[in-house]
Ligand binder design. Structure first.
Ligand code: URA
Length: 441
């Protein structure tokens, strides 16, 4: 087989066989497929697309290109959640202990911040002592003992995807639904969960800006996951404005703890309950989605979810008193508010720009492996549909480095628009989808 023949085949709109996809993926790591050939293949896929069978095979091969986690030693039905990435998205910090508090094991690998989107592991590392690294046996033992462990994604997971993603990033081929679906799922499925709930974000701060594209991505991932033997469910949720009011690291942990105390912002609490309900339903915790949502609400109200979070933090070396004294986390040395220049109603609070401002303040990174400032971020005081007076604070910038304020300020100011008259508060769940299916293999 020759890479060039496969590129021509795809360029001309024909379907690749499983053997051809296997050759291509293995060639990415062995060097038999050169970077320029892989880039050309990505462009051919970008324009020609992939069939369902091709996308499933690409996912399977990339998943099998590295380490796959065997969770069979964990008792019970293991559930996971994946968000396609957003701004202020701290749902994992709430969901994981919430679901675990109801007896459903969560053995989760999470990522780090990149670009304008945050990463769960960076957020957790705001907690003094928290360690996201543990040997596989301890990971499994933790889940069996306390029902929850969240660790950093292994470097060995889906290495073929790493090669391909790096090339897509510099060749204008990121925005292809079959390539995004196979990239996300190759890593997620390698994580070993029996069931996965997808939170597909849609809006200015997300990969998918349009609802029909987000729906197509969600449906593709559900079908591929099913085709590879996992239970899958998905919902499409809004990412035109940040989720909750805190964007950063320690400030997001603060907000997650408030949510676990049942005092969180409405959009975040609602989304956490809805995602938890799907995870619980999948695992058979109750018979209907409404019953599962009720279980989740009760766990938040009773404090059981917060107690599970405390246990989880302590098990991973973190200081559990963070639940009572969040001030033990890094706090920004400099703060600056931005104010509204007119009275009216907020009509825009652009997630991408708020996320970018938080990154410029030091909360995120442009390149992998850059250090981050755990104290940095943005607090959004006014969201879409909320009224504001002239001169009233609309958001606050937080950073340890005063020189960063100047770069972030115009970006954050641009994120907001204020208009006359009422503006409807947008829903957080754009499409509940309900395309839950059981595994087929
Ligand atoms: N996240 C991924 O892991 N891969 C993509 O292609 C897009 C988002």
């Amino acid at each position: 087989m020759r890479a060039v023949d496969l590129i021509i085949k795809k360029r001309d709109g024909h379907e690749l066989t499983s053997e051809e996809i296997r050759f291509f993926v293995r060639g990415l790591l062995s060097g038999e497929v050169a970077d320029y050939q892989a880039s050309a293949m990505c462009m051919a896929i970008f324009f020609r697309g992939l069939t369902f069978a091709e996308t499933r095979e690409l996912t399977r091969e990339m998943m099998c290109s590295g380490d796959t986690v065997d969770l069979s030693a964990v008792r019970g039905f293991k559930v996971d959640k994946h968000s396609t990435g957003g701004v202020g998205d701290k749902t994992t910090l709430v969901l994981a202990p919430l679901v675990a508090s109801l007896g459903v094991p969560v053995a989760k690998m999470s990522g780090r911040a990149l670009g304008h989107t945050g990463g769960t592991i960076d957020k957790l590392e705001s907690i003094p002592g928290f360690d996201p690294v543990m040997p596989r046996e301890r990971f499994i033992d933790s889940v069996n003992r306390i029902g929850i462990a969240v660790i950093g994604q292994s470097q060995e997971l889906a290495p073929a995807d790493k090669v391909l993603y790096a090339l897509r990033d510099v060749t204008g081929t990121v925005e292809s639904i079959p390539l995004i679906a196979s990239s996300i799922l190759s890593k997620k499925l390698a994580g070993g969960a029996d069931g996965i709930v997808l939170d597909v974000k849609c809006g200015s701060g997300a990969f998918m800006r349009e609802l029909d594209q987000a729906r197509l991505l969600a449906e593709t991932m559900v079908c591929i996951g099913n085709g590879l033997g996992r239970k899958m469910d998905a919902m499409i949720t809004a990412m035109d404005q940040p989720l909750g009011r805190a964007v950063g690291n320690s400030v997001e942990v603060d907000e997650a703890i408030s949510t676990l105390k049942n005092e969180g912002p409405g959009d975040l609490s609602h989304l956490c309950v809805q995602l938890a309900a799907r995870m619980l339903l999948m695992s058979g915790a109750a018979g209907t989605l409404d019953e599962c949502a009720l279980l989740a609400e009760r766990s938040l109200a009773s404090g059981a979810a917060l107690e599970k979070f405390r246990e989880f933090v302590e098990n991973q070396g973190g200081d559990p008193t963070v639940c009572d004294t969040p001030g033990i986390m890094p706090r920004a040395a400099c703060e600056e508010v931005i104010v509204s220049h007119r009275a009216g109603t907020v009509s825009r609070c652009d997630a991408f720009l708020v996320g970018r401002a938080a990154m410029l303040l030091g909360a995120g990174r442009l390149k992998k492996d850059e250090p981050i400032d755990h104290s940095a971020g943005v607090i959004v005081y006014k969201k879409i549909g909320e009224s504001v007076e002239s001169g009233e604070p609309i958001a606050k910038m937080l950073t340890s480095e005063p020189r960063r304020l100047g770069d972030a300020r115009p970006v954050l100011e641009n994120a907001f628009a204020v208009t006359d008259g009422p503006v409807a508060v947008p829903p957080v769940v754009l499409d509940p989808l309900r395309i839950f299916c059981s595994s087929q293999e």
